[in-house]
Design a binder for this molecule. Structure first.
Ligand code: FES
Length: 181
């Protein structure tokens, strides 16, 4: 009958005590060697199984974590800054009101003060809250910590360190266009 695995190895056979019967002289020494040989075989099997299980575990971990990491870190999109852009219709900013539009990476507030259009960044220079136009006080106001700016974004009072960045705004036909100044 064919032998399998490490039992074919002469050194292994030696380690197993050359198949000496348990009842022969030196049975204790032969049995001990056989026992140690079997332990070696068992150890090798465990090592192999450990590697297989480890490999499967690693594959499962990678296939699970990859989509999570891709979700958390979205692909970098190339952003192209524009000098000017139609952001909407002029009618969206009626007299004595303000409206915020996205422009490049900023938010811009367009203010219509009795027909005079102005635009500046809508991101407060204190801690980045969005400001709003307060027509009754004729000023831009930040609701977070009370920063006040003029219609052109200049500082009136409050904790803000800098004025609001100015932008250009004009109407062409019905289009409202914001531009970099
Ligand atoms: S974020 Fe505007 S006043 Fe603080």
């Amino acid at each position: 009958m064919a032998q399998q695995g490490n039992f074919k190895s002469p050194s292994r056979m030696g380690a197993l005590g050359d198949g000496a019967p348990a009842s022969s002289s030196g049975a204790v020494a032969g049995g001990k060697a056989r026992e140690e040989g079997l332990k070696g075989v068992d150890f090798e099997r465990r090592g192999f199984l450990g590697k297989v299980v480890g490999g499967i575990g690693a594959a499962v971990a990678v296939s699970t974590l990859y989509p999570v990491v891709k979700f958390i870190i979205p692909p970098v999109r190339e952003f192209k800054e524009v000098k000017e852009m139609v952001v909407g219709k002029a009618s969206e900013v009626p007299v004595n009101s303000g409206k915020i539009y996205a422009f490049n990476k900023d938010k811009v507030i367009v203010i219509n003060d009795n027909g005079k259009l102005t635009a500046c960044s809508a991101v407060c220079t204190h801690l980045g809250c969005l400001v709003r136009w307060e027509d009754k006080d004729n000023q831009i106001f930040c609701p977070c910590h009370g920063a006040k700016y003029t219609q052109l974004g200049e500082i009136i009072s409050g904790p803000q360190p800098l004025p609001l960045a100015p932008y250009g705004v004009r109407v062409e036909g019905e289009d409202l266009i914001i531009s970099i100044v």
